[in-house]
Design a protein around this ligand. Sequence first.
Ligand SMILES: Nc1ncnc2c1ncn2[C@@H]1O[C@H](COP(=O)(O)OP(=O)(O)O)[C@@H](O)[C@H]1O
Ligand SMILES: [Mg+2]
Length: 211
Amino acid sequence: MAKNPDTERSNRHCFVAAKTGGGKSQLMRNELIPKTGIRALFWDVDTDHKCTRFSDRGAFLRALKSADASGKPFRIGWSGEDNPETFEWFCRAAWAVLDGSRETWIVCEEMADLGMGQKMPDFFRKLMVRGRKYGAIVITTTQRCQEVPKALITQPANRYIGLHEDQDARYLERATGLKAAEIEALKPLTFWHKGPEGTQKISTKYRKFTP
Ligand SMILES: Nc1ncnc2c1ncn2[C@@H]1O[C@H](COP(=O)(O)OP(=O)(O)O)[C@@H](O)[C@H]1O
Ligand SMILES: [Mg+2]
């Protein structure tokens, strides 16, 4: 169970969207997720992140329990079965280690593949809606923005919108207020960042990554 709620914690959730090859994983690795010193869980079915990955539920839960009990930073990833039921199990495991006295990063890649439509699974909703005061920083990505719940696009404090084709760009204009033409005009590895301090264009440099 999540423990030690701290209502002063701010919303630090992030949403990252771009068509495939737009640079979502590069942006997260290079700019958004600290490289060391964090407690982090990764839904990493395409092995895009630096973490110790598991594909066996028992092994994953044992590693998470012992990492959490150690009080030290950890980076634990799931790269096993990629289906809605397993994602809900992953979110439940994340919820169980949340502790409002410290941050826990929860990185969830390629959300459209989970077929949620507009309905957020229960524990995922908890992470998104109630996780803030328990130190959760949830980062989600998708390359198909119309196939994830709209709340994923509208609720996070930070939205990073990269290159999209016309229909998706128009949908994102309605959801974020960014101009569709300015979304379509982006180059790979370049994003509009809409956050608490306003909107700016940011870019990242390609760096080779070996899982
Ligand atoms: N060898 C390379 N040299 C320079 N840029 C590259 C190279 N390989 C890939 N890229 C850039 O990285 C992008 C892929 O980034 P990635 O974060 O994996 O995209 P996404 O996660 O959005 O699918 C490519 O579209 C390209 O712009
Ligand atoms: Mg990627």
